[in-house]
Design a protein around this ligand. Sequence first.
Ligand code: HEC
Length: 172
Amino acid sequence: MAVRVLLSAFLTVLLGVASVHAQDTKEAAKAVSNEDGKYLDAEGTPTYNIEPDGTVDWYTFSGYRRYHSECHVCHGPDGVGSTYAPALANSLKTMDYATFLSIVAEGRQNLSGGKESVMPAFGDNKNVYCYLDDIYVYLRARAVGGIPRGRPPKKEDKPEGAKEYEASCMGS
Ligand code: HEC
C-alpha cells in the first residue's frame, strides 16, 4: 500500500511536467547512457538497447516475459493488440512514459458507445508494478521497431541493481 501511495505521488509530479509527446522514434529512443545495465535516452527516460548480434538488455527481456504473463491475455502477443484491447506496440509510438505508468497503475475505463472496455488497475499488483520499467522498455522497443516479434534470442546478464530492486519491491 505504501508503495502505491508513493507511486501515485511520483506520478502526480511526473504528470505535472508531462507535455504533448511527439512521435517516438528509434533516434529518440536511442540509449545514450547505461547505469548498471539500465539504459536511458537523451532525456533520461528508460529505454532498450540491442546489440548488432541481437543481444537485448536485461530489462527488455524481463519486460517481454512480464508482458506475456500479465498483459498478453488482453493486448495480444508481442503488443499487437486484440479485438478487446489496443495494440500497445502502436500506443507507445505517441504515449509518453508518465502517461503509460499512470494508466497501468490506475487503470482506465471506456464505457462510451454502449460497449464496455476496461483496463484494470495494476497499482496493487507486485508482478506488474515491480516491473513497470521492464514492461515499458520492452513495449517501447516494439513501438519504434527496435526489436522484432517473438522472444529475444539473447540477453545481457541480470544486473545487480535489478536483483536488489526486485528483492526490495517484492518484499515490501
Ligand atoms: C483484462 C484485460 C486487460 C489486461 C490484463 C491489461 N489490459 Fe491494458 N487495456 C485493456 C483495455 C480494454 C484497454 C482500453 C481501455 C479504454 O478503452 O480506455 C487497455 C488500455 C491500455 C493502455 C492504454 C492504451 C492506449 O492506446 O490508450 C495501456 C498503456 C495499457 N492498457 C497497458 C497495459 C499493460 C502494461 C498491461 C499488463 C501489465 C495491461 N494493459 C493489461 C485491457 C487490459
